[in-house]
Design a protein around this ligand. Sequence first.
Ligand SMILES: Cc1cc2nc3c(=O)[nH]c(=O)nc-3n(C[C@H](O)[C@H](O)[C@H](O)COP(=O)(O)OP(=O)(O)OC[C@H]3O[C@@H](n4cnc5c(N)ncnc54)[C@H](O)[C@@H]3O)c2cc1C
Length: 384
Amino acid sequence: MDFNFTKKQHLLKQTIDEFCEKEIVPYADDIDHEQIFPEKQIKLLSKMGIMGMSIPKEYGGAELDNVSQTIIMEAVSKACASTSVTMGAHTSLTCFPLVAYGTKDQKQRFLPKLASGEYLGAFALTEPNAGSDASNVETTAVKDGDEYIINGSKIFITNGGKADLINIVATTDKSKKHHGISIFTVETKKAKGFEIGKKEDKLGLRGSNTNEIIFKDMRLPKENLVGGIEGMGFKIAMGVFDSGRIGIGVQGVGIAQAAFDKALQYVNEREQFGRKLAKFQAMQFYLADMATRIEAARLLCYKAAFIKDQKKKYAQVAAMAKLYGSEVAMYCSRLSLQIHGGYGFIKDYPLERFYRDAKITEIYEGTSEIMKLVIAANLLGKGF
Ligand SMILES: Cc1cc2nc3c(=O)[nH]c(=O)nc-3n(C[C@H](O)[C@H](O)[C@H](O)COP(=O)(O)OP(=O)(O)OC[C@H]3O[C@@H](n4cnc5c(N)ncnc54)[C@H](O)[C@@H]3O)c2cc1C
């Protein structure tokens, strides 16, 4: 058992930490308070090759292993969760399914543009009646000669109002439930019948874009059916989420670490009753509890990434990583805010931002309740 990063991973961590400190952290409060889409930060991440981190080199990507991708997600999340979700929706939800399940033609057409940052990506599954129950998708895809005609709408889509390319989940035959589901790639600027709907006003991740998108008799060439076979969409979506959950777990770890770092600094500065807060045992216990949980959550996330790199089954540990990483984000952002007292509650300090950003990690890419179902299903076997 080896808990060490490789030399390359160490160097990557150092590079991305320095980059985030200089190019993201100073802007994170404004991104949140003013709801500024982190376009500038995403462009810089593209320049560094990070938007193509999950894409093979032959298509212009950086082809990083999963541990390295997890290092990047943790660092960017620690700096600014609005930026990390914008990045993650692209690298994990959009690029990964095309890399893992796309046809050769789809890889050649889409991956170089996604790798270079020319295209920003999104993944659209959720609908008003299909959230946790992904098989209940009502957006329809009807074959018409060499095309599919798509009708329906999606809600809560990260990058939905900004993306150049969106992988959308639709049904070709609702009676077949999840066996009737397929995924189609939409180049939004080219697709007639693609419309951008309501932009959401959110509790956290306020710089990220969360949008409704609408399809009205939108025609797509049959070559845009991901994987080229109808009915594969549910399997692909579940694969995308298994993988994406490592990223959300470590997004929680990044937020938790940012909150912890502020707490550690504050207890050594703030004095009450003639003593530094660090001298009070209650504060010490908070720090100890936070540090222990962060370490445990981090180990789960990196274990999941490591197992994925080993090409072994990782769905259960990825669900555990997400479940616990998100709990730790909530726990640490709450305690760090508490340690800051009234100062934690006001917008001059980033604690309230961490507290608001942490909440979503318990909801998207499968809620905590769904994570427990996934873990239990893995423990009990399919027939329970
Ligand atoms: C900021 C943001 C960004 C998002 N980005 C994307 C995106 O990019 N793409 C995308 O497709 N979607 C996205 N989503 C949607 C997100 O994935 C869903 O909100 C999430 O999956 C939960 O679905 P729901 O909101 O419909 O809740 P519901 O499914 O209605 O759940 C409501 C409650 O019921 C519980 N519940 C549901 N079913 C069960 C069950 N079987 N057992 C026990 N409890 C259950 C849930 O855990 C939850 O507590 C985003 C959402 C937000 C808020």
